[in-house]
Ligand binder design. Structure first.
Ligand SMILES: NC(=O)c1ccc[n+]([C@@H]2O[C@H](COP(=O)([O-])OP(=O)(O)OC[C@H]3O[C@@H](n4cnc5c(N)ncnc54)[C@H](O)[C@@H]3O)[C@@H](O)[C@H]2O)c1
Length: 301
């Protein structure tokens, strides 16, 4: 195994990333400033492993630290999974750079912030890149490996090999654009979904039913560009000639979305967002998502 893996932040993503590498046989060091979060890392990993029918003993390969310096001291790879805040991530990477070996490859798990901005104050540009994992990291295969103008080919190759060896599906993103590939695609869809409701075309439940009962069924095995080739680029062009000019293309977030947030309708955590959610409905949907992801994994998809 190739050196210690360090994970900064033990929240939703951090503990899952640690789990993936521990399950693959690596020694993992992890830190989090919250004693509650840090204290529950082992238990959360054990529960996930047991739920997947895997060896819970893998959790013993994860060592928890209160200090970042101790976490990264022997690291070959560092994965940052702290809060989605540019200034905080810049501070965390300054700390990582000060304490990690000069050979370590440094990765941020930011959802949408350009990696170049996070790493702009570092002197380690060639060893810095993005690794965008998806939740939960142990069930969703993709990791987007994002290169900045400074990232070396060797760093991208080493990270790709590490992720492949741990059972992930890494892809290389060649330009450090906000949202990378996955979140640009996902939020292009969400923008139109919100606009459809805002414009009274249909209600929120209908939007979700349309996606889940139609093209959502095919997406795990048929990507959008494969689909365009399947129906023909000529038909795709004809559709775009008619529909594209009618799609929402306002540059900022929808006023409808802003109004929901201002009204405290924050989604499941407040009991209402685009629709109302009882605790039972929330739990049922979460169970359904996990069961679906596990069944895809069992099918090798
Ligand atoms: N949740 C998702 O679905 C998802 C998916 C992909 C990427 N991401 C990204 O991953 C990152 C982490 O997201 P999350 O969902 O795990 O958030 P989270 O809130 O569950 O975890 C963040 C953790 O960082 C800790 N933290 C706070 N300050 C810190 C510091 N200075 N040093 C180290 N840790 C610190 C917090 O205590 C918390 O436990 C974010 O950048 C997020 O955008 C999230």
């Amino acid at each position: 195994m190739s050196g210690v893996i360090a994970v900064i932040g033990g929240g939703l993503m951090g503990h899952g990333i640690a789990q993936v590498f521990a399950h693959a046989g690596h020694r993992v060091h992890i830190c989090d400033p919250s004693p509650d979060v840090l204290g529950s890392v082992h238990e959360r990993i054990r529960l996930n492993l047991a739920d997947l029918g895997l060896d819970v003993g893998a959790a013993d390969r994860v060592i928890c630290h209160a200090s970042l310096a101790a976490t990264v001291a022997d690291a070959a790879y560092v994965f940052e999974a702290g809060p989605e805040n540019l200034t905080l991530k810049q501070q965390i990477f300054a700390d990582i750079e000060a304490h990690a070996p000069r050979t370590a490859i440094l990765a941020s798990n930011t959802s949408v912030i350009p990696i170049t901005q996070i790493m702009s104050r570092l002197g380690v540009g060639e060893r810095a890149l993005g690794t965008h994992w998806w939740n939960p990291p142990y069930l969703v295969p993709l990791v987007e490996v994002i290169r900045t103008p400074h990232t070396s080919d060797a760093s991208v190759s080493a990270m790709t090999a590490l992720l492949t060896g741990a059972g992930k599906t890494p892809v290389t993103v060649n330009k450090d654009v906000p949202g990378f590939v996955g979140n640009r695609l996902q939020h292009a869809l969400w923008r139109e979904a919100i606009a459809l409701v805002e414009n009274g075309v249909c209600d929120a439940r209908t939007v979700d039913t349309v996606v889940k009962a139609s093209f959502g069924r095919r997406l795990a095995v048929l990507g959008p560009l494969e689909n365009a080739d399947l129906v023909g680029t000529d038909l795709t062009l004809a559709i775009h000639e008619t529909v594209l000019s009618d799609l929402d293309r306002r540059p900022g977030p929808s006023p409808f979305l802003r109004a929901l947030v201002s009204a405290g309708k924050l989604g499941m955590k407040s009991g209402e967002g685009f629709q109302r959610w009882t605790p039972e409905q929330q739990a049922a949907l979460r169970r359904q998502v996990l069961a679906h992801l596990k069944s895809l994994q069992d099918q090798g998809l």
